[in-house]
Write a protein that binds this ligand. Structure first.
Ligand SMILES: Nc1ncnc2c1ncn2[C@@H]1O[C@H](COP(=O)(O)OP(=O)(O)O)[C@@H](O)[C@H]1O
Ligand SMILES: [Mg+2]
Length: 307
């Protein structure tokens, strides 16, 4: 499965329940064409992670996810030795030790024969691949999601850059592995810290902001097919008014969807000032934000056309 054009990206992602702007579709198309990773930045909850899932679905590829966090190191991202298996193997060798040293005429020879077994300990069979190695070793091309890369340490970022530059990794005991298929790579960042220029240079950059009214309306209708048009419009208009306020945390797309689900559960099909007041805790997660919306409720209701 491949993308034929920007329009094709848009419709294939839509079929995977992801509604995107032409800008997003263009970057995805170019990334597929040039095999460059995409670095997606933007506020929380605007569909950065979801984009990679939709691309995987659209291309019918497996999604391999590396979740980043402080202290994440190469071992956790690339591969680990399977100690338990190695231990089991040690036991087996121990039982067979007489066979192994059979024919040795002195201690030196016996030790050499045992040492020959060491290679087996650090061989392919005891490697537990982690996401990066998995993505590189896969026979079929995958989508590799490096999620919240800004939470990892700068040292890890440097290592990641190396892997993304030549898609090969070296395991000292085993050798170098070159990717059989170049994965489609999506890195996401919430701008917790700035990514290095080197990483940015390596990637296509994509900033996903809060969607405009029309796009958000489409997202709501696609995710909640049964929602009444009028309610969806009122909600999205109100959300956009609320986002204009100087909030600590603006409501994001996933909160709009939560709000829609809540209103439907409450069997509400017309949004009003009072209903906004009663359900505000679904979209505002800070006391100060709730207060700010309440202080500006007249303005919000008026601009969103609520009674
Ligand atoms: N463009 C979109 N199309 C469809 N659903 C979306 C879109 N953007 C966001 N969503 C919804 O919002 C939720 C949160 O998105 P997510 O990708 O987790 O945000 P982020 O990774 O940017 O914090 C998703 O699970 C999805 O339901
Ligand atoms: Mg995310």
């Amino acid at each position: 499965m491949k993308f034929e054009s920007v329009t094709d990206v848009k419709s294939k992602l839509e079929a995977a329940d992801y509604i995107c702007s032409k800008t997003v579709a263009t970057v995805v198309f170019l990334a597929a064409e040039t095999q460059k990773p995409i670095l997606v930045e933007g506020p929380a909850g605007v569909g950065k992670t979801e984009l990679s899932k939709a691309v995987a679905k659209a291309l019918k590829r497996e999604l391999v996810r590396l979740q980043c966090y402080e202290g994440l190191d190469e071992a956790k991202a690339l591969y680990e030795w399977e100690y338990a298996k190695q231990l089991l193997y040690t036991q087996m060798v121990k039982d067979k030790i007489d066979d192994v040293i059979l024919g040795a005429t002195n201690l030196n020879e016996a030790v050499d024969k045992i040492a020959d077994q060491e290679d087996a300990f650090f061989s392919e069979r005891f490697i537990q691949p982690r996401p990066l190695l998995k993505a590189i070793s896969s026979d079929k091309p995958v989508v590799l999601l490096v999620d919240e890369v800004d939470k990892s340490d700068p040292e890890f970022e440097a290592f990641l850059l190396e892997v993304l530059s030549d898609f090969q990794v070296t395991i000292p005991e085993v050798g170098t592995r070159q990717a059989k298929q170049i994965p489609f790579v999506v890195l996401t960042s919430n701008n917790y810290r700035d990514m290095s220029d080197a990483l940015k240079r390596r990637c296509l950059h994509l900033y996903i902001d809060y969607p405009d009214v029309e796009l958000e309306l489409q997202i709501v209708k696609s995710r909640i097919p049964g929602i009444q048009s009028r309610l969806a419009q009122q909600m999205v208009d109100a959300i956009h008014e609320i986002r204009k306020l100087d909030l600590k945390k603006k409501p994001c797309t996933s909160e709009t969807l939560d709000w829609a689900h809540s209103l439907i559960s409450l069997q509400i099909n017309e949004l009003s000032r009072d209903i906004v007041t009663d359900t505000l805790n679904v979209i505002c997660k800070y006391r100060s934000d709730t207060d700010l919306v309440m202080d500006n409720l007249d303005e919000v209701a008026k601009n969103a056309g609520l009674t």
